[in-house]
Design a protein around this ligand. Structure first.
Ligand code: BES
Ligand code: MN
Ligand code: ZN
Length: 536
């Protein structure tokens, strides 16, 4: 099910301003919608409760109460209106409503708590409130809703509106997502879902109309990118092969202005990617090397390059993984999926920036022709690698991709990979691991994570950890032992990134959920897009 998002501008509507309060509410309530969504603060409720309704200047809830024929009073009497942040109350149309020209069938009131008094601009509180309202919208027969964004933003700076809108769309998209419905190859029965919400309209006023319109376009594109990333992650590994990823990327070049090139085994060999090839060696499925370009900036402008790990199934190879939950290693291409999804979204939102997405993709399988522990291979950079564990394969395909992208003279390179189980031990499922020696990249990515609630946490890359990667027989070993496993993996990659500014995101703990809610999260598409938007 796809959910549609759009905007509607009511030039003068402004609930924070006493003079326009009544007419603003009149205008909003006169809209034929299944549900008008408004936020109120703790102070609004206090005003209402104190009986100021009798006085000349009515507050938000008192004005509403008049227009809704006492519905607010009734809700308050039974305790349905709560000052507690994110508490929700849905009022349903009564006969008296239409007499006052109210066409809305419902009014959803959600509490801001004391948000507008606090200085907490981290968006965490807003996200809690938005999620609660979206949840209330989804469980009923509401098909379309009008979300009056300025009511959420009373004391916020205008620039927060864009963040709030994108975040709301991101969450609504998350809630509406169902696996496989967009995938042509998905021949199995797709599970149904009960959600009815089909159309979410963001209402704004003159003060925010530009931010609102831009943010809705960006949010829609972001959801498209996340949906694609989720689908690719969730698809079974017998369907989502390297070839399928290549075809998907190519199909995007038909839908958008993206330019896509897919290299096969012969070309990968010609490039001298001995490290990448060593991983694909045990598999009957051919490897692919995907390059996607978005030319949204000036012709000579240095591109930002995204590199995504695309292992479509990781058995561990000869260093075979234990059987438990091995199916989840179909998600080992989530780095690739997030890069493809981000490129798609960047093209859809016509981001004014040059971006290149690169995906090395193959399977990691054991077989008679598979790489053995102890094998030494030569990477495209010329460095030789002693493969001590064939399950540390992500770094082996990424290192050649990182050498390949030197040719683009990138402004910055960000690689995204489900690289280490150790990252889950370090950070759990909350933050993605961030590794970089470039302070500007670190702060930009950290901030992009905070505004999209797709957060990262920095881990070190000190020279001291490189000691663990020493090999007696080659330039470098592909593992550094159990201590600081995520750090040594990142250190390994760093040896191939000397020519440009680089950051590495380890998404092993954040790309998908296990257990009853098993499925891709679409992370870190929001983080990457917010970073790119901020840079453009
Ligand atoms: N794809 C895995 C990492 C992974 C494991 C991600 C579990 C999410 C959940 C990666 O290829 C891998 O197997 N890494 C090894 C490295 C080790 C052999 C040094 C690991 O983490 O165990
Ligand atoms: Mn592995
Ligand atoms: Zn892997």
């Amino acid at each position: 099910m796809t959910i549609h998002f759009s905007t509607k501008i009511f030039p003068q509507a402004e609930l924070g301003n006493q003079k326009s309060l009544k007419s603003s509410l009149n205008t909003l309530l006169a809209q034929a919608t299944d549900c008008l969504v408004l936020a109120y603060s703790k102070a609004d409720l206090k005003d209402f409760g104190s009986g100021k309704a009798a006085k000349a200047k009515l507050g938000l809830l008192a004005e509403l109460d008049q227009l809704l024929g006492g519905s607010i009073s009734n809700a308050n009497i039974v305790g349905d209106l709560d000052a507690k942040q994110a508490s929700v109350c849905v009022l349903r149309a009564e006969k008296s409503w239409s007499a006052n020209g109210v066409k809305a069938k419902r009014v959803l009131l959600v509490s801001l708590g004391d948000l507008h008094l606090s200085n907490d601009r981290s968006l965490t509180a807003y996200s809690k409130i938005a999620r609660a309202a979206l949840k209330a919208l989804s469980g009923s027969s509401i098909e379309n809703a009008l979300w009056f964004i300025p009511s959420f933003s009373l004391a916020h700076h205008a620039s927060f509106i864009a963040d709030e809108v994108r975040l709301t769309i991101q969450y609504a998209g998350d809630q509406a997502y169902r696996f496989g419905v967009r995938q042509p190859a998905m021949k199995f029965k797709v599970k149904d879902h009960a959600d009815t919400l089909k159309h979410l309209i963001f209402a704004g006023n003159n003060a925010c109309s530009k931010q609102l319109k831009d943010a809705v376009i960006q949010g829609i594109a972001m959801v498209e990118g996340m949906n694609l990333a989720k689908d690719l992650g969730n698809l079974p590994p017998n369907i989502c092969t390297p070839t399928y990823l290549g075809k998907t990327a190519q199909s995007l070049s038909k839908k958008t202005s993206l330019k896509v090139e897919v290299l096969g085994r012969k070309q990968i060999e010609a490039l001298g990617m001995g490290s990448f090839l060593s991983v694909t060696q045990g598999s009957d499925t051919p490897p692919q090397f995907i390059v996607m370009r978005h030319q949204g900036g000036k012709a000579g402008e240095a591109p930002t390059v995204l590199v995504g790990k695309g292992i479509t199934f990781d058995t561990g190879g000869i260093s075979l993984k234990p059987g438990e939950a091995m199916d989840e290693m179909k998600y080992d291409m989530c780095g690739a999926a997030s890069v493809i999804g981000t490129m798609y979204a960047a093209a859809l939102m016509k981001l004014k920036k040059n971006i290149i997405g690169v995906v090395p993709s193959c399977e990691n399988m054991p077989s008679g022709s598979a790489t053995r522990p102890g094998d030494i291979v030569k990477s495209m950079s010329g460095q030789t690698i002693e493969i001590l564990n064939t399950d540390a394969e992500g770094r082996l395909i990424l290192c050649d991709a990182l050498t390949y992208v030197e040719r683009f003279k990138p402004k910055a390179v960000i690689d995204v990979a489900t690289l280490t189980g150790a990252c889950i031990i370090a950070l759990g499922h909350v933050h993605s691991g961030l590794f970089s020696d470039d302070e500007d990249l670190v702060s930009a990515l950290t901030k992009a994570g905070q505004v999209s609630l797709d957060t990262v946490w920095r881990l070190p890359l000190d020279a001291a950890y490189h000691e663990q990667l020493k090999s007696n027989f080659a330039d470098v070993a592909n593992i550094g032992g159990r201590p600081a496993g995520s750090v040594t993996a990142a250190c390994f990659l760093s040896r191939f990134t000397e020519k440009y500014k680089w950051a590495h995101l380890d998404i092993a703990g954040t790309a998908w959920k296990s257990g009853a809610a098993k499925g891709s999260t679409g992370r870190p598409v929001p983080l990457l897009l917010n970073y790119l938007l901020e840079q453009s």
